[in-house]
Design a protein around this ligand. Sequence first.
Ligand code: MF3
Ligand code: CO
Ligand code: CO
Length: 276
Amino acid sequence: MTQYQTIAASDAVTRTGAIKLYGPEGFAGMRRAGRLAAEILDALGAHMVPGVTTEEIDRIVYDMTIAGGAVPATLGYRGYTHSSCISVNHVVCHGIPGAKTLKDGDIVNVDVTPLLDGWHGDSNRTYLCGTVPLKAKRLVEVTYECLMRGIAVAKPGARLGDIGHAIQTHAEGHRYGVVRDFCGHGVGRLFHDAPEVVHVGRPGTGPELKPGMIFTIEPMINIGRPDVKVLDDGWTAVTRDRSLSAQFEHSIGITDDGAEIFTGSLNGTEIPHLPR
Ligand code: MF3
Ligand code: CO
Ligand code: CO
């Protein structure tokens, strides 16, 4: 049985396994943390040019996070030592920023999580660097559509399986593979909490969505097979078949009649404009 737990403003926050139902103060906190995440991601678009190193991008994330009164939740998280994850081309997620330079035609995911006044604004986008081949642009576009289709079915009474189903049918309709090894998650005062938000599923299955739930949806979609492997650095996840992989992530809250996106772009640059 799925357990739910109503969270008062003063409650100590620990991982209990239950799905937390937050009140207005939780939504207010997530709005502020989510807005900062969006501002950071909005600013990064201009830096996605050939020759820039991923550690330079990570530095911008650090500086903007601190300037916004937050700390990067990934710094020191399970031994991770950077302010963002930057995943290029066939890297699925958890790419480690470093001396690697971006090149023309790369697709580049940046995942940020400012921790602001105790709330985690977790979001990521995939950017296009320079002139990107149509095949890769289509992957990025469809992956964004997968996220938004998942959010579109998120409302009270729906189930987590409905979200997974919406994502899976759209991705597989384009003959893409949906990554199973990583999923969305409850978020809020904890970075990673119950429930697991799987990006595949059957309609009408899984925990029911209730007002006050706060979680991420963050589909990772591959041009090829869904299978991934983690490199020897212990973090970098890549597609086993080396096919390109894209991802988008929002933190959302279930309202009385739908879902509120906490991490939406403030300047309309969330989806790279793709000539069709
Ligand atoms: N931001 C990632 C997520 O969406 C988690 C990154 S954890 C790290 O859940 F340690 F790899 F940074
Ligand atoms: Co996340
Ligand atoms: Co994230």
